[in-house]
Ligand binder design. Sequence first.
Ligand SMILES: [Zn+2]
Length: 240
Amino acid sequence: MSFIETPSPNFDARTAPPDMIVLHYTGMNSGQAAIDRLCDAEAKVSAHYVVEEDGRVFRLVAEERRAWHAGKSFWKGRTDINAASIGIEIVNPGHEWGYRDFPDDQVEAVIGLLDAVRGRWDIPDGHILGHSDVAPARKEDPGELFPWKRLHEAGHGLWVEPPAAPGAPLGVGDEGTGVFALQAGLTRLGYDSAPSGQFGEDTAAIIRAFQRHWRPANVDGVADGDTRARLVHLLRAAAS
Ligand SMILES: [Zn+2]
């Protein structure tokens, strides 16, 4: 695929090859405004790629370099997610400026970009994540409108649709072995969710991030039976 070269000065050296991809939305009024910021030395932020709504792909940082897109983040015990990942910014105004559907041309371009990136690096499906997955207390992007299921059908990332599962919902204020098991499962998948048995606001934020990615029809931070069934099936899919 072809790129529009738009070099950013905001990068440094990797310490190991990337084995993760983090998807973002730009969260600004226009794609150009986002690119300008990602190339501004004062802003100290960047990404490897920006994908416009019309499908154009801008390359800002070489994949061999460490771009600055994830901030304080965590997945599977690792905290320098910038060092481990390729960052892709997908143009969308986001929840703050008028969140809207990702156009087909843009989604096709993201899929083509994932094909290319994964042809160069060893990146498992369980390491294709949203910014909200690695920073659930701070971030909502790329959000519940992002078509993760379609990505999976194109060969990228995990997706499960288990049968409807009964079970009492777990939410803020609940405690006990059910909450402990839930947190252990979230930790095993990758989230920063050390089991305490207490369902606090931190767990609710992680459940919302989980739902934005894997149960977008209802993002409410409550671990109902369906949410928990999806977690269990994802753990199986990630292990296979
Ligand atoms: Zn982001």
